[in-house]
Design a binder for this molecule. Structure first.
Ligand code: ZN
Length: 463
């Protein structure tokens, strides 16, 4: 068996790993590289290997940095199965369609403004064919992906439908198991279940995004959220939340709903002002069976009414979104994009950032050079749609809503795998920037693991 590192090797995007066994080839994820357009364009076009050599694809979850190049594979001729969980398939429908739209829009923009010919990586037709190839498997169901190689998904607790993958290579009566963590979530996140570490691994391939830091607690973030809402409402202001459409939006809504019912916050109107978030929420409603039934609020609402209640309003039409500018009184507006680089959050910021009664609530990681980062740094003015806007609104940052395990939680996840794995020694780190990987590798070595953080192109024989 061989394992080759292609994407998310010494970096955090473009998740893609190649497993070869019994003369067959399986891709684990086929994600998009993200970053500056000019830097990632070539990397995204370069396929991991000839389409004709790929026998199966296994997808851990719907995030674009894990799923975003699947339609490109399909456009180039891939027509075999893509295995994933049912919720991952349901979330991929709006997410990959959105990705295709973004690329088509970018291509048009460049053609118009810079006279550059820029082919989109794929279009909506390729997305529809990709979804048709997706075969859904429940957590815990063992299925054969190519002769002699079996896969089982277990809940990774990261976003709805996210999975860790056990790949089992059989040879007669003997078998060996490679565990791929996918992205690992946090215990106690709203709605979704806690991570369920796989068992009996011979090798582990694992993410290391936050290998060098710990987050604030989930409970602490919830309390801070309640306080922000109370204080902003008392000032008569609005709370503007740039948020990822999938996961973070639904978690915030869930917590706000619960806090309002418990009387911890006033009942303010909450607007989900994002067509993608609206469609993603529908995917949540289709997959209530994988919600965390240990949460009393989930059980009480039986899933369906979690995202349909009088305080919550969806504004799919642009006109409804613009009308919010004329609305009065305190309210909460959750809109994409998560780093305030595009999307409807921009017109809310253009209008609301200069009002000291308002709060801009940051609930996700803000990369360098993004508008979200400039807000976190509390710069005096920010540029929105090319215009300078004074930043006088309050800015509040909550890190506890991260969908990624921190270094302590990553270590606990791996120790739980090791507890059932007498033969486990080798751990391969992926999906982390170099400082995070190096710090985490050092911690793991102290605990007796043999650790490597391979660069893209590295091939390892698993024996
Ligand atoms: Zn992810």
């Amino acid at each position: 068996m061989q394992l080759t590192f292609h994407g998310a090797a010494r970096e955090v995007t473009g998740s893609c790993h190649i497993v070869q066994a019994h003369g067959r080839t399986i891709l684990l994820d086929c994600g998009m590289f993200q970053g500056k357009r000019s830097d990632v364009r070539r990397k995204n076009l370069e396929l991991p290997l000839d389409i004709g050599r790929i026998d199966a694809v296994v997808l851990t979850h719907a995030h674009i940095d894990h799923s975003g190049r699947l339609p490109l594979l399909v456009r180039e001729g891939y027509a075999k199965a893509i295995h994933c969980t049912p919720a991952t398939r349901d979330l991929c429908v709006p997410m990959l369609a959105d990705s295709a739209h973004i690329q088509e829009r970018d291509a048009e923009f460049l053609a118009r403004h810079r006279k550059e010919v820029f082919e989109p990586l794929y279009g909506t037709k390729d997305v529809a064919r990709t979804i048709d190839l997706m075969q859904a498997h429940a957590y815990g169901a063992r299925f054969e992906v190519v002769p002699g190689v079996f896969v089982t998904f277990s809940d990774a607790g990261h976003i709805l439908g996210s999975a860790s993958v056990t790949v089992e290579f059989t040879n007669g009566s003997a078998s060996k198991r490679l565990v791929f963590s996918g992205d690992i979530g946090r215990s106690g996140l709203p709605i979704i279940r806690d991570p369920d570490p796989p068992k009996q691994a011979d090798w582990v391939l694992m993410e290391s995004t936050y290998g060098n830091r710990d987050h604030e607690s989930v409970q602490g973030a919830r309390e801070a959220l309640a306080q922000v809402v109370r204080e902003t409402a008392a000032r008569g202001g609005r709370i503007l939340v740039p948020a990822f459409a999938v996961g973070r939006t639904q978690e915030l809504v869930y917590d706000l709903h619960q806090m309002a019912e418990a009387g911890e916050i006033p009942r303010l109107p909450i607007y989900i002002d994002s067509p993608l978030a609206t469609r993603a929420t529908e995917a949540f409603e289709k997959n209530v069976d994988v919600f965390d039934q240990t949460e009393g609020f989930v059980r009480r609402h039986n899933g369906e009414s979690l995202f349909q209640f009088p305080m919550l309003r969806y504004t799919p039409e642009v006109e409804d979104s613009k009308a919010l500018a004329r609305a009065t009184g305190p309210m909460i507006i959750i809109a994409a994009s998560g780093m305030a680089e595009s999307g409807r959050i921009l017109h809310h910021l253009a209008q609301g950032a200069s009002n000291p009664r308002n709060t801009i609530l940051i609930v996700g990681f803000q990369a360098e050079h993004t508008l979200g980062r400039r807000i976190v740094e509390r710069q005096e003015t920010i540029k929105v749609y090319g215009e300078e806007v004074a930043l006088r609104a309050q800015v509040k940052v909550l890190n506890g809503y991260s969908a990624h395990a921190d270094r302590t939680e990553l270590g606990m996840w791996l120790d739980a795998v090791r507890a059932t794995s007498p033969n486990l020694k080798d751990v391969y780190l992926v999906h982390g920037e170099i400082p995070a990987q190096d710090a985490f590798a050092e911690r793991l070595r102290l605990s007796g693991y043999r650790v490597q953080s391979p660069a893209a192109g590295t091939r390892i024989n698993l024996t």
